[in-house]
Structures are given as structure tokens and as C-alpha cells.
Design a protein around this ligand. Structure first.
Ligand code: ADE
Ligand code: ZN
Ligand code: ZN
Length: 273
């Protein structure tokens, strides 16, 4: 996702975590404001562009090698390479943020938390769990008449067309709407089910449950008929209309699951209050 998506995921989580989780995160991040997660949600995207952060670039996605329209799935052994992927990164940084301070410094634990907040966002973007032409980056399309690529419209153009901007106030408005849907709106009946498959003793399998969920939308919605069915097409109309419910759902799930995962890290308790 772009700034709007990541910040919205972070604000949803801020609104749902336990008090104890909030205190721990505020302490680790050295930020006692109410937007302590929103403030660091896009740090990982700046860091990957710096020379010292280059190693972290492949950790933003998992290149699922099985591709639509033939079939569609993600497999940890096959798709997560030696140098790591988003699934191994979520597991690795989860154990690092929990490590005792004599083993891992506060600075490293702080980085680990920033990565978790970002990667739980990215794993919910279907094209971060797919390698159809580098996550759709090489599939050129137009969006409301402007040249773009498929990856970028899912990260940025589609969410921004819906919300109208990417400022903190835009994210706050979107997050508040989605939390309303989670608590007593159209997602209320499903949201508890979004925590299915979470296993605090197996963070690889937990992240794989989220990855499989995300990857399923590549086949159903992102490119149901393969890359050539969207290549060089205008996607700001009917395609946008079909994408919007999936974008909203995936951002809502990401925020909800992030809150649950942070609660587990901080308190060991599964479930959201
Ligand atoms: N680079 C390679 N695969 C990618 C993906 N799925 N998403 C983003 N960047 C990538
Ligand atoms: Zn992206
Ligand atoms: Zn990212």
C-alpha cells in the first residue's frame, strides 16, 4: 500500500488495541501521542530506499509463483527464498520485538515493531502476495486516463480515488468508518472470523493464513482472467468498482489483525475486546 493504506491500517489498530499494548508500543516508539502507530506506518518504505536498508526490500512481499488464470496459491517452501520474504519477516520481527533487552537493543526492538506494523499492512495487499510480472509492476494500465501500472493502482490510486487524499485526516476518516463497520456495521458478523488461524506459537503459519487469504483475491478480483485481460486497459471505471470492496475489506482486516497480533505480543492474550 501507499501512505493512505498503511496509515489507515495503523489507525484502525490504534483504535482496537488494549491499553497495555498501547503503552508498550508508545514506550518502544518513544511517542506518547495518540497516533504512535500512524507516525511510523510508512517508515519501512523510506528505509528500503536507503543503502543500509536495501536488504529489507524483498521483505515487503512474497512472490507466489503459481499464477492466474491457470491456478493460484502460495506455498512457503516454494515461494519464500533464503534471503526472506514478508512471511518470514513477520515471524522474525515478532520474535525480535519480544526479545529481552540484554539480547536485542531497544533501537532494534523499535525497528522490529515498525516493520511488523508495515508488513501486516502489505501482506493484505493482494499484489504483495503474487509475482505476476513483479507483483503487477510491469503490467501497464491507465487509470482515469493517466498512465500507471497495476501494482501502483492497487497500492495508491484506487484507495485515494475512494477517500480523496492521503493526509493524516483522510486516513483517520477512513479508519473511523472501517472501525464502525467492524464493530456494528457490515463486517460485524465476520470480524471475529478474521482471527481464525492465528497461532501465537507459530507466526509463520499465522502469516501464511493471511498470505493465502490475500492471494485468493489475485485470482478472484485483481486478475481473474490473467494479466493480458487488464494490460493497457482503462481501470478507473468498472474495474475500480469491483476492486473497492476488496480494498476496503483488506484494509479493515489488516488493521484488525494487526491489533490482535500486537495484543498477543504485549499481553500473550488472543482475541480482541
Ligand atoms: N518485487 C518483486 N515482487 C514484488 C511484489 N510482489 N510486490 C512488490 N514488489 C515486488
Ligand atoms: Zn506495493
Ligand atoms: Zn511496503
Amino acid at each position: 500500500w501507499g501512505t493512505l493504506g498503511h496509515t489507515t491500517v495503523a489507525i484502525i489498530a490504534q483504535q482496537l488495541v488494549d491499553k497495555k499494548t498501547a503503552s508498550l508500543a508508545q514506550h518502544l516508539l518513544n511517542d506518547t501521542s495518540s497516533n504512535y502507530l500512524a507516525h511510523i506506518a510508512t517508515w519501512a518504505d523510506s528505509y528500503r530506499k536507503e543503502p543500509e536498508g536495501e536488504f529489507s526490500s524483498p521483505l515487503h512481499y512474497i512472490d507466489a509463483l503459481d499464477q492466474p488464470p491457470k491456478s493460484c496459491n502460495v506455498d512457503y517452501e516454494r515461494d519464500c527464498p533464503e534471503e526472506g520474504c514478508i512471511v518470514s519477516a513477520i515471524a522474525n520481527y515478532t520474535s525480535r520485538v519480544q526479545a529481552k533487552s540484554h539480547k536485542i537493543s531497544l533501537v532494534e526492538r523499535q525497528k522490529a515493531l515498525k516493520w511488523i506494523v508495515h508488513f501486516i499492512g502489505d501482506i493484505h495487499q493482494p499484489l504483495h502476495v503474487e509475482n505476476l510480472e513483479i507483483g503487477g509492476n510491469l503490467i501497464n494500465v491507465t487509470f482515469d486516463g493517466k498512465a500507471a501500472n497495476l501494482h501502483h493502482i492497487w497500492d495508491t490510486e484506487i484507495p485515494e480515488k475512494l477517500i480523496g487524499g492521503y493526509a493524516l485526516e483522510d486516513s483517520t476518516r477512513w479508519a473511523t468508518t472501517l472501525v464502525g463497520e467492524i464493530k456494528n456495521g457490515s463486517y460485524a458478523h465476520y470480524s471475529k472470523k478474521w482471527l481464525r488461524g492465528i497461532d501465537k506459537h507459530d507466526s509463520i503459519e499465522t502469516a501464511m493464513v493471511w498470505a493465502r487469504d490475500s492471494n485468493s483475491y489475485v485470482c478472484s478480483t485483481v486478475v481473474p482472467d490473467g494479466a493480458d485481460a487488464v494490460r493497457d486497459h482503462e481501470l478507473g471505471g468498472a474495474y475500480y468498482d469491483k476492486a473497492i470492496p476488496v480494498v476496503q475489506l483488506q484494509v479493515a482486516k489488516a488493521g484488525y489483525r494487526l491489533a490482535a497480533w500486537l495484543n498477543i505480543i504485549a499481553t500473550g492474550k488472543t482475541g480482541l475486546g
